[in-house]
Design a protein around this ligand. Structure first.
Ligand SMILES: Nc1ncnc2c1ncn2[C@@H]1O[C@H](COP(=O)(O)OP(=O)(O)OP(=O)(O)O)[C@@H](O)[C@H]1O
Ligand SMILES: [Mg+2]
Length: 228
């Protein structure tokens, strides 16, 4: 069947001193293979929290995330780490590129973790960098790149293992339109060519509109917007 990920009745709260911050209050979402979904919502509404829960990075208080028919959080920590490396690509809101490594090494890491030969990993990384016109920065350290360049590298690192699901948290952040467009073109191309399911969190209406299905996160719940 076409179902890839099911999110079922997810609840999540955080505690700050004696106060309870209720963030997610009954989230349901069905993701099919090849879906392109955007999630918008006010700052602090829980978009990153939801993405982390879907990506195997944070346990929900209640509810289930099912990836390929198996509850994600029933896996051992080791197995969950393998699934995150091979099946789920994650672009963090504040890209976590490793500063001591070059651009190429950052992109290669998920392949090396999987046990892929270094020469093959190098070749894959080179091909991806070429795709986004960054081959001339292959040996640079992330600190020397612009915000938009770093974000492109973060996307490449997330997709190098050809995951079936890509979760992107504000991948265009505060970028100007031209740089945002480069990232959107990359995501659109990946979606078209690989059929990867993409879920993108964004503040930007223009970015949200490139998705096929759009949702709004308000008061701890997801509201579906009209099909676009
Ligand atoms: N680890 C944590 N401990 C305590 N509170 C947290 C934690 N993570 C998130 N929160 C709180 O949960 C709420 C939702 O945070 P989240 O980062 O998911 O929001 P967001 O919708 O992604 O916001 P933004 O648009 O600003 O990125 C916020 O009130 C935040 O302060
Ligand atoms: Mg966020």
């Amino acid at each position: 069947m076409n179902n890839l990920l099911s999110v079922k009745d997810i609840y999540k709260s955080f505690h700050s001193g004696s106060e309870e911050i209720r963030v997610l209050q009954g989230i349901d979402l069905e993701v099919s293979k090849g879906d392109f979904i955007s999630i918008t919502g006010p700052s602090g509404s829980g978009k990153s929290t939801l993405l982390h829960i879907m990506g195997g990075l944070e346990h929900p208080d209640k509810g289930e995330v099912i990836l390929n028919k198996k509850p994600l959080y029933n896996h051992s920590d080791k197995e969950l780490a393998r699934i995150r490396n091979e099946r789920i690509g994650f672009v963090f809101q504040f890209h976590y590129l490793l500063s001591d490594f070059t651009v190429t090494e950052n992109i290669m890491i998920p392949l090396l973790i999987k046990g892929i030969d270094r020469s093959i990993a190098l070749e894959s990384s080179g091909k991806l960098l070429k795709m986004v016109d960054l081959e001339n920065r292959a040996h640079s350290k992330p600190a020397t790149l612009s915000g938009g360049e770093r974000q492109r590298v973060a996307v490449l690192r997330a997709i190098v293992n050809q995951p079936s699901l890509l979760l992107a948290d504000e991948p265009t952040g505060d970028l100007d339109y031209e740089h945002a467009k480069a990232i959107l073109d990359l995501l659109r191309g990946l979606h078209r060519e690989s059929g990867m399911a993409i879920i993108i969190v964004t503040h930007n209406k223009r970015v949200a509109q490139i998705a096929k299905k759009t949702y709004n996160l308000v008061d701890g719940k997801l509201e579906k917007k009209d099909e676009v």
